[in-house]
Design a protein around this ligand. Sequence first.
Ligand SMILES: Nc1ncnc2c1ncn2[C@@H]1O[C@H](COP(=O)(O)OP(=O)(O)OP(=O)(O)O)[C@@H](O)[C@H]1O
Ligand SMILES: Nc1nc2c(c(=O)[nH]1)N[C@H]1C(S)=C(S)[C@@H](COP(=O)(O)O)O[C@H]1N2
Length: 178
Amino acid sequence: MKNDKIRIGILTVSDRASQGIYDDISGKAIEQTLAEYLTSPWEKVYRLIPDEQILIEQTLIELTDEMQCCLVVTTGGTGPAKRDVTPEATEAVCDRMMPGFGELMRTESLKYVPTAILSRQTAGLRGQRLIVNLPGKPSAIRQCLDAVFPAIPYCIDLMEGPYLEVNPEAIQVFRPKA
Ligand SMILES: Nc1ncnc2c1ncn2[C@@H]1O[C@H](COP(=O)(O)OP(=O)(O)OP(=O)(O)O)[C@@H](O)[C@H]1O
Ligand SMILES: Nc1nc2c(c(=O)[nH]1)N[C@H]1C(S)=C(S)[C@@H](COP(=O)(O)O)O[C@H]1N2
């Protein structure tokens, strides 16, 4: 696929949302938050799947390699329950991990819930694409993205991805060389 647009993948991993038992509020919250942050035109590539590691890996590969999303944000499946395997799938498809993302998001989330440490959320690079895990709770989306997004445009710059422009009233990003 020709990469003439900024594409961002939104991947919800939830057994129940994928079965229609509840609405995917967390996936919508990711889209809404990114729409508030970004002034560059961008296109979402959305997927909603159950907590199956092979399927998560296949979808992450599709979103990064085929759909050429410079960024993929996942939600759900980061906890200690048996079926929570999003971090394992992320690690399996990435060539380099970015542990600072998980560290910062857990630290920030601890301001809201003592169970923040139960999330094994991580981030990593697949080639020139960045994958970031968020917890499943709808309220966690904004809390985590507000913490890590300031570093994401520069991370994508360093990987020679598209230049993401943001609304400084919504989020302050940091580009050391700018
Ligand atoms: N995508 C979502 N949209 C709306 N609410 C969600 C979503 N994901 C999780 N939640 C809410 O957050 C709670 C905790 O999320 P968690 O990911 O641990 O769910 P879960 O118990 O593993 O089940 P499932 O995989 O079916 O979502 C859920 O019980 C649900 O109320
Ligand atoms: N910001 C924030 N982080 C959070 C939470 C939350 O409500 N808000 N929930 C925690 C809980 S209770 C769990 S079990 C883990 C994993 O959630 P997940 O399996 O839905 O990804 O995220 C943790 N991190």
